[in-house]
Design a protein around this ligand. Structure first.
Ligand SMILES: [Zn+2]
Length: 213
């Protein structure tokens, strides 16, 4: 894979880590600003769901903020190069960032969330009232943790990284199948290799889809 080679990663890095190609979102909506005041873009359904979820959290006295939403292939490439230029070893970079083309953020449905008083993408987010609120309520708005503890991909627990996977058909039903099917269908439509089966796990009653970052 060219992007991997350009960054100095083995060409088969993505395959060997079971990462799935993540097509860039075909349509994006302006979803306000992130915690840094930058324009936030998301897939339209994810933007609507985010706004409803943030408002519901606020009504419960919980502040949920967005660190990062849609990221293009080019942005992901620059993000990785910036870290490498700062002297961060590639292996360390790839523990927290996907190679360009393989980040869930390309889909426009992934979000990194935070709450006031915390650095971005900090494991301590798991100890906050905001995370507890999300665990209890995010599913209602169609959001699921991509990397719960012990996820099948072996990715470190990322309490801040959530993905809009669609609203479950009815409360109490475990599976949210819409997002992986859509993602695979898009990959197939673009003539890309069929994606490996997505794995699902359940945490605290949430339906979890696992995807690359
Ligand atoms: Zn993320």
């Amino acid at each position: 894979m060219r992007a991997a080679a350009n960054l100095g990663a083995p060409r088969d890095y993505a395959q060997s880590h079971q990462w799935t190609l993540q097509p860039e979102a075909p349509v994006l909506a302006n979803a306000g600003t992130d915690v840094y005041g930058r324009g936030l873009r998301l897939a339209p359904k994810a933007a609507d769901a985010l706004h409803a979820m943030v408002a519901a959290a606020a009504r419960d006295g919980v502040t949920v903020q967005v660190v990062s939403g849609f990221r293009s292939f080019g942005y992901q490439r620059r993000l990785l190069h910036r870290k490498l230029d700062r002297g961060v070893p590639l292996a360390a970079v790839l523990e927290v960032n996907a190679l360009p083309g393989f980040s869930e953020h390309h889909s426009g449905c992934a979000l990194d969330l935070t709450t006031p008083g915390l650095p971005a993408t900090d494991a301590a987010f798991a100890t906050t009232p905001a995370f507890a609120w999300l665990l209890a309520h995010a599913r209602r708005f169609g959001f699921a943790l991509s990397y719960p503890p012990g996820n099948a991909q072996g990715v470190d627990f990322e309490p801040w990284h959530w993905r809009y996977a669609g609203i479950p058909p009815a409360a109490g039903r475990a599976s949210v199948a819409a997002a992986p099917a859509t993602s695979s269908a898009r990959a197939v439509a673009r003539g890309e290799a069929a994606a490996p089966a997505h794995s699902a796990a359940t945490l605290a009653g949430l339906s979890i889809q696992t995807y690359p970052r």
